[in-house]
Design a protein around this ligand. Structure first.
Ligand code: URA
Length: 430
């Protein structure tokens, strides 16, 4: 086969057959298709799309590029959760130990920052010494010992997603439904799960902005999952403002730990309980969402989920100091607060802008080889509709230098609205 012909075929809007998809994925993983040709193909796919047969073929080849787990012998239902990506989305960190405490097995393989959104792996790796690049053996041991773990795509686990994901991040080819479906489901199916709950994010701070596209994405995830015998349940949630207050790797981990201490932001807590209850329903542990929510609340408020989180982090080499400010996570040298020049109601901070500012501060990548600064980010003190007093801090920037902090403050100010009159609060569930 010839990669140039395959790129031209897709550029012309024609279907790729299963053999062509297989050849491309293998060639890219083995290194005989270079990044620049794969980038061109990803761009052609982003523009021309893929039908459901092509999406299934791509998912299969990405899945089979590495080791596939088999937890079918597990006594507990094996169910995972994933998000299609949003700003400030640290829910996986909070949810995993809660779901395990409620009786599930959660062998989670997550992703890195993608586009203007953060990634669970980059967040976790802000914890000193923590390793997410678990070998297949260690991954299985963690699931056996603790009920789950935080794993990454590696040379052995979905390597095709590891490579394609990094390339999409740097080539503006993230916002493409078939690529999102294949990326998410290849990881999830490789985990050997029976089902997965997917939080499909929709709005200004998500890759998918319109509800009809979010529904298309949800349907595609359910259908393609079904082709592999994995039950997929989707929850559509709005991403019109960052989740929680923190955006940035270490800041989000600190917020996740506070949430596990049962004093987190309301939206993070509500979303976590909703997704856990959906997972418990999918796993057959409960018969109703209300019962699932009760169990989830109990696992959180009893402190059991926090204890388990700390054990999992320790077993993956991470060091968290519960007595230290910010739990001993990296802290930025400069913190700049923005004070409201007037009284009113907090209305809007563009979530995509917030994500992009954090990326520019060094919290994400602009090129594949960029190093992440885990300490930088934003803390937004207000939620849509809340009153603001003149002189009150509305947000703060955590940056590596004064200049970077100043630039970030100016950028955020441009997308910030404090309204004089009352403002409708934000609806999380669509
Ligand atoms: N999460 C993933 O794992 N992949 C995507 O493409 C988007 C969100």
């Amino acid at each position: 086969m010839n990669i140039i012909e395959i790129i031209s075929k897709k550029r012309a809007g024609l279907r790729l057959d299963g053999e062509e998809v297989k050849w491309v994925v293998r060639g890219f993983v083995q290194g005989y298709i270079p990044d620049y040709q794969m980038s061109a193909l990803l761009m052609a796919i982003s523009i021309k799309g893929m039908d459901s047969d092509e999406t299934v073929a791509l998912t299969r080849e990405m899945l089979e590029s590495g080791c596939v787990f088999d937890f079918s012998g597990s006594r507990e239902p094996v169910i995972d959760k994933h998000s299609t990506g949003g700003v400030g989305d640290k829910i996986s960190l909070i949810l995993l130990p809660i779901a395990i405490e409620c009786g599930l097995r959660v062998p989670m393989i997550s992703g890195r920052a993608l586009g203007f959104t953060g990634g669970t792996l980059d967040k976790l790796e802000s914890i000193p010494c923590l390793r997410t690049d678990l070998s297949p053996q260690r991954f299985e041991e963690m699931v056996g010992e603790f009920g789950g773990c935080f794993g990454a795509q590696t040379e052995e686990l979905v390597p095709a997603d590891k490579k394609i994901y990094a390339l999409r991040d740097a080539t503006a080819t993230v916002e493409c439904i078939p690529l999102i479906v294949a990326s998410i489901l290849s990881k999830k199916i490789a985990e050997g799960i029976g089902g997965v709950v997917i939080d499909v994010k929709c709005g200004a701070g998500a890759f998918i902005r319109r509800t009809d596209d979010a529904l298309r994405l949800a349907r595609a995830l359910e259908e393609v999952g079904g082709e592999f015998g994995v039950r997929v349940s989707t929850v559509l949630t709005s991403m019109e403002q960052p989740l929680g207050h923190a955006v940035g790797n270490a800041l989000e981990v600190a917020e996740a730990i506070s949430t596990l201490q049962d004093h987190g932001p309301t939206d993070c807590i509500r979303l976590t309980h909703r997704l856990v209850s959906e997972m418990l329903l999918l796993g057959g542990i409960v018969g109703t969402r209300i019962e699932g929510k009760k169990r989830s609340i109990e696992a959180l408020s009893s402190g059991r989920a926090l204890d388990l989180f700390l054990k999992i982090i320790e077993a993956q080499g991470g060091v968290i100091d519960m007595k230290e400010p910010y739990f001993g996570l990296p802290k930025a040298p400069v913190v700049k607060k923005w004070l409201s020049p007037k009284s009113g109601h907090y209305d809007f901070m563009h979530p995509r802008l917030a994500g992009e500012v954090v990326r520019e501060l060094g919290g994400g990548r602009l090129a594949v080889s960029d190093e992440i600064d885990p300490s930088v980010g934003l803390v937004i003190h207000k939620k849509k509709g809340e009153p603001v007093e003149r002189g009150e801090p509305v947000f703060e920037v955590h940056a590596g230098s004064d200049i970077a902090a100043q630039r970030a403050v100016h950028r955020i100010e441009e997308g910030l609205v404090i309204s004089d009159g009352p403002v409708w609060p934000h609806y999380l569930f669509l």
